[in-house]
Ligand binder design. Structure first.
Ligand SMILES: NC(=O)c1ccc[n+]([C@@H]2O[C@H](COP(=O)([O-])OP(=O)(O)OC[C@H]3O[C@@H](n4cnc5c(N)ncnc54)[C@H](O)[C@@H]3O)[C@@H](O)[C@H]2O)c1
Length: 320
């Protein structure tokens, strides 16, 4: 199937990611069927999609007529047969092999044989998700970043049986709806970006648990230091600039002895420690309370601030 054959898409799972993907597809002109087993989740998703589009309208991205046209492209359903005439399916069910395998088995019965099946999995293997499917050749791992209707990255991974043309068409479709796909040369748990996030977070736990700093201090150090640069450049280019005329090689040769000392002192934990989630939650609630009012003191306010800032950044990167 080539991208010109994709006329209608489906999102399975109407939670955080499914409703955001549905927003992305309808705002880029695709009719979208949003399927979930839960009526209340579909109702919530309907409101999320409208809120997402209204927010983009407030930011001047769309006018009111465009918002209404986008909303009119969305069909909500608990009947999987509605996937009978779609050419692209984005699965956003729970992050669990058995559930994802079960969803795919149902899809195999109702969707057209050549419809592409893309899983939003945060880090499971598409080969494993599709291992019982007769049609594993049409399956691809397609990991978005939250919220997918704003964040451009989609990480694409082929499974053992995925056809090259499926990956190519998925890649084209994501570009057509404003995404920045990165194709993995081989599938790996956690894709690229979540492995990087997990590595960073392992050290967050280490330094807070060693009493070096608070949860709030970690966020401040990230946000006002490397985080500001990461919104502009990736870690390799950032360090390349730090190396002056000699560039990245010079910097790496220079810091090698020091970084070796750090590596030896850093965490190599294989799991989140017991009690960490309570400690982290308490830390983040304290942080939220201490924020300047104009940047938000509740999850909803902070999310709005994040999205407003994202829109500005996306405009700078010419992604909106
Ligand atoms: N939340 C994130 O930040 C994030 C980011 C990237 C990727 N992901 C991945 O996206 C997927 C969805 O995550 P989420 O955060 O949107 O989860 P969520 O819990 O918000 O939503 C999951 C939805 O799936 C529905 N569901 C459950 N069983 C189902 C079934 N058998 N058939 C159809 N729908 C079913 C639920 O009713 C719910 O609406 C996961 O694989 C997750 O790892 C999440």
């Amino acid at each position: 199937m080539s991208i010109s054959g994709i006329k209608k898409v489906a999102c399975i799972g109407a939670g955080t990611i499914g409703s955001s993907w549905a927003t992305n597809s309808c705002m880029k002109g695709y009719p979208v069927v949003l399927y979930d087993i839960s009526e209340p989740m579909l109702e919530k998703a309907k409101k999320n999609i409208k809120d997402n589009l209204d927010f983009l309208s407030e930011c001047g991205v769309f006018n009111k007529e465009e918002v209404q046209a986008a909303l009119d492209r969305v069909t909500l359903t608990t009947d999987m047969k509605a996937l009978g005439d779609v050419q692209f399916i984005q699965e956003n069910g729970p992050e669990n092999y058995e559930i994802k395998q079960g969803i795919l088995a149902q899809v195999d019965k109702v969707a057209p044989r050549d419809a592409i099946y893309a899983s939003s999995t945060s880090g499971l293997l598409i080969s494993e998700i599709s291992k019982y499917s007769e049609y594993a050749d049409r399956c691809v791992g397609a990991h978005p970043y939250n919220p997918p209707h704003l964040i451009p990255l989609v990480e694409l991974a082929k499974g053992e049986k995925t056809k090259d043309e499926v990956l190519e068409t998925a890649c084209e479709l994501y570009k057509a709806i404003g995404k920045e796909p990165v194709i993995l040369k081989k599938e790996i748990l956690g894709f690229i970006a979540n492995r990087l996030q997990a590595a960073l977070y392992r050290e967050v736990i280490e330094i807070v648990n060693r009493g070096v700093c608070t949860v709030e201090d970690v966020d401040k150090a990230c946000l006002f230091g490397p985080g500001l640069r990461y919104g502009i450049l990736g870690p390799n280019l950032i360090w390349h600039l730090g190396g002056g005329e000699g560039g990245l090689k010079h910097l790496l040769d220079f810091i090698r002895p020091t970084i070796g000392l750090w590596y030896n002192d850093m965490s190599d934990a294989k799991d989140l420690p017991d009690g960490w989630s309570d400690k982290a939650m308490a830390g983040v609630l304290e942080e939220m309370k201490n924020r300047d009012k104009e940047f938000g003191n509740t999850s909803a306010e902070v999310a709005r601030f994040r999205d407003q800032t994202l829109v500005e950044l996306l405009r700078i990167h010419k992604k909106l």
